[in-house]
Design a protein around this ligand. Structure first.
Ligand SMILES: Nc1ncnc2c1ncn2[C@@H]1O[C@H](COP(=O)(O)OP(=O)(O)O)[C@@H](O)[C@H]1O
Ligand SMILES: N[C@@H](CCC(=O)OP(=O)(O)O)C(=O)O
Length: 375
């Protein structure tokens, strides 16, 4: 990737687009219909061009407060949570109508900490999101504000959007905000601040330029920078850009150098491998036959239950499994789609017999290739 070229965006297939409260709620004056209309039109255009899009939208609290007639943001958590409940449904209705006018269906996804950090729920969230994309549905995602507790809230949707990008292995994460991108100082405070067009997400010099957010937004550039670093874990490139710029997403898709590109610095497969390899503690072991070893190694395929000869350990769905060959050599490691109890019942079976054996259906793979790393 060359330093000044944005041509890679033109080949980005899976986009996570995040729109912040500052932009969406017109600085707190309720939901800005014009912003929603413009955003939806561009997302629909991206879909037309063959891209998959996931929208992470803030704005529930701000929209709810305005609907409830609050003149300022209350301090109490229960007031904010009530406002989020009122605002989220209003927000979704707007999106639903706007996307329907473009012939697209939306799905509301409200995520919490455990949905991305507890590995069984991580697998569920990942599978559900990918299934929605395969049906051509646009997921509209927000934090589950109404029930989340302070200790575990993401708080800002920049972090949530990056975690979603990790979940679906997005090619690009676009953080739409009220400024043109990341500047060398906060432009609200420094009139002469200049835009940083391109930097590596892990460049430590960025820490000193990224400042806090405005009144409504929660994280400012601090959380956007952190989000870019998180996104880089799945090899996702991040662009921070002004959401009011006409047709901004389309210009980006055409390779224009708008906003700030924070480069991930690693190929997606390597990033994902590193992440999986960092999950050092495994909870169970399966011994797999020579045929299974061969398909894992030579064609990078998933591990199916049919290739499993024996299993040990007490593990749950989402735990890390170590795979050994018949000679006891370590072959691979990955996230199990089934618990130890279940694997004991389905090992050696063809995937089409899983449902009748367990009494309920599940994935055909014991470890999906996306969640597997060869050793
Ligand atoms: N170096 C910087 N470059 C650009 N904006 C900055 C910088 N440091 C702090 N900011 C602030 O970050 C704000 C955007 O973040 P935030 O208010 O959280 O919005 P959003 O709701 O879009 O996430 C800007 O309005 C700006 O005041
Ligand atoms: N989940 C919250 C959004 C949190 C928030 O303000 O995020 P952001 O505007 O992206 O900094 C809401 O919908 O109101």
């Amino acid at each position: 990737m060359s330093a000044d070229s944005r041509h890679w965006v033109a080949s980005a297939k899976r986009w996570v687009v995040k729109v912040g409260s500052a932009l969406l709620t017109d600085d707190g004056r309720g939901i800005d219909e014009a912003v929603i209309a413009a955003l939806v039109e561009q997302l629909a255009e991206l879909r037309q061009r063959g891209c998959e899009v996931l929208l992470v939208s803030s704005g529930a609290v701000a929209a709810g407060l305005s609907r409830l007639g609050a003149s300022e943001r209350p301090e109490e958590l229960h007031e904010l949570q009530a406002a989020a409940a009122v605002g989220q449904s209003a927000l979704l209705r707007r999106y639903e109508e706007a996307f329907a006018s473009k012939g697209l269906m939306v799905a509301q996804i409200l995520l919490g900490h455990d949905d991305v950090f507890a590995r069984d729920r991580y697998l569920n969230a990942r599978a559900a999101l990918k299934t929605l994309l395969s049906h051509g549905v646009v997921p509209v995602i927000n934090e589950n504000d109404t029930v989340v507790t302070d200790e575990i809230r993401f708080g800002d949707n920049d972090t949530l959007a990056a975690l979603v990008a990790n979940l679906v292995d997005a090619d690009v994460l676009v953080l739409l905000t009220d400024q043109d991108g990341l500047f060398d100082a906060d432009p609200r405070k420094e009139v002469g601040a200049s835009l940083i067009q391109h930097a590596r997400a892990d460049d430590p010099r960025l820490d000193t330029v990224a400042g806090e957010g405005g009144v409504l937004g929660r994280g400012g550039m601090v959380t956007k920078l952190r989000a870019a670093r998180l996104a880089a874990r799945s090899g996702t490139e991040t662009v921070i850009v002004g959401g009011r710029h006409p047709q901004v997403l389309i210009h980006l898709a055409e390779g224009e150098a708008l906003g700030t590109w924070l480069e991930s610095g690693s190929a997606p497969e390597n990033a994902r491998r590193q992440w999986l390899a960092s999950l050092v503690t495994f909870r169970g072991t399966v011994v797999i036959d020579d045929g299974a070893v061969a398909v894992l190694k030579s064609s990078g395929r998933s591990l199916l239950p049919v290739g499993v000869k024996s299993v040990s350990g007490d593990f749950e769905r989402g735990d890390v499994l170590l795979c050994r060959d018949l000679q006891g050599r370590e072959v691979a490691r990955g996230l199990s789609n089934y618990s130890g109890k279940e694997v004991r019942k389905i090992m050696g079976l063809s995937s089409k017999n899983i449902a009748e054996t367990l009494g309920y259906g599940g994935e055909a793979e014991l470890i999906h290739r996306d969640n597997l790393v060869l050793l």
